[in-house]
Design a protein around this ligand. Structure first.
Ligand code: SF4
Length: 362
């Protein structure tokens, strides 16, 4: 049923033209852009966009823009290459193994930091799940596995069952995480598949969903129903939001989003600084200076529960919390570090107001 629904996705610029007016230049350039980074939008998500509003935040997240022609930045900002043990298995932090289970998502976010692979190459996707679990078995320091992609909930329930069965008997694993935006893009994947819910309910390790909700408009009645069903299975849902120019870069929007998440039982987890990804940086990244202002002002409007998230830069050296500004210096702290010598390290840089990433500060 949900797989059938996916067949109605909007994937070409000619189809898109039925919903939005494009200039000739946009039409030609978008056709070019989607050759490099495919467009894919569910009808459900499309129905949430107000095409009369030139600044609709959801539109910006899934429809190409001319700014994607800008090639500043990199396609592997977190240096995932150097943490890759075998195809589809990364081991950056001692406790966590990360499995890239697919390169497909229900819709493709234009700001995706794995833009190099979503909807494109499956070379980085896990080829043999057993080989990945063999590695995990041999590394007792790993206490959790993050299954991500792409979006792992796009896989058939039987495939997900196979993964979970493989991981079930590894004693040193305490919990399993799935990174997903499926409940936002395609809530029927959850609402119309009791087998998936049953699988989660009966699993003997704790399952966490790391969801990505970036704007309050994404919290629809369908999403709420999907979340309720998921929570009833015993999974815990944490949310990560990417701070995005023109999408959620207003304190009221960010505060409203986190408050709404709390009201439906989702825990705010991270707010990510948008990475300097090629074809993304120009259109979506805010400076750290602006980001901190927005985050701190938003926090003044939130309850303690709402502001449990950390504002994080997922840097090649680790997850770095962006703490604050004092005089002309900006302060950071390692939340997770690749190199043990950085564990918990607190440090500062001279503030450059336009800088969007650690590497632009000296
Ligand atoms: S759902 Fe996640 S992996 Fe898929 S395109 Fe969006 S950000 Fe990337």
């Amino acid at each position: 049923m949900w797989r059938k629904e996916l067949k109605t996705n909007i994937r070409t610029i000619d189809e898109l033209k039925k919903y939005i007016r494009l200039t000739k230049l946009e039409e030609n350039q978008f056709k070019n852009i989607v050759k490099y980074h495919p467009m894919n939008i569910t009808k459900h998500y499309l129905s949430l966009i107000d095409f009369e509003d030139p600044d609709d935040p959801l539109k910006k997240m899934v429809i190409p823009s001319l700014e994607e022609m800008n090639l500043s930045g990199s396609y592997d900002t977190s240096d995932e290459k150097s943490s890759t043990i075998l195809s589809g298995l990364q081991h950056k932090y001692p406790q966590t193994a990360l499995i890239l289970a697919t390169n497909i998502c229900a819709s493709y976010c234009r700001f995706c930091f794995r833009k190099r692979l979503v909807g494109l190459s499956s070379r980085e996707v896990v080829k043999n799940f057993e080989h990945a679990t063999d590695y995990i078995k041999q590394h007792e320091e790993i206490n959790n596995v993050l299954i991500t992609g792409g979006d792992p909930l796009m896989l058939r329930t039987e495939v997900i069952r196979g993964f979970l069965e493989e991981l079930e008997n590894i004693e040193h694993l305490n919990f399993i995480r799935f990174g997903t935006k499926v409940p936002v893009f395609l809530p029927n994947r959850i609402l119309k598949d009791d087998e998936l819910l049953k699988l989660f309910r009966n699993y003997n390790k704790q399952i966490y969903l790391v969801m990505q909700i970036d704007h309050p408009k994404e919290i629809t009645s369908e999403l709420k129903r999907a979340v309720k069903k998921l929570l009833r299975t015993g999974v815990i849902i944490n949310n990560q939001t990417v701070l995005l120019k023109g999408v959620n870069d207003k304190p009221e929007i960010l505060a409203n989003l986190q408050s709404k998440l709390i009201s439906i039982g989702i825990n705010p987890y991270y707010v990510f600084q948008c990475r300097p990804v090629k074809r993304v940086k120009r259109s979506f990244q805010l400076s750290l200076f602006k980001g901190l202002k927005i985050v701190e002002e938003a926090k003044t409007m939130m309850s303690g529960h709402g502001k449990r998230f950390k504002y994080i830069m997922s840097h090649k050296t680790g997850k770095i919390e962006i703490i604050g500004i004092l005089d002309d210096e900006i302060y950071f702290k390692y939340h997770q570090a690749k190199d043990p010598k950085n564990y918990g390290k607190f440090f500062k840089r001279k503030l450059i107001k336009s800088a969007g990433w650690l590497d632009e500060l000296h």
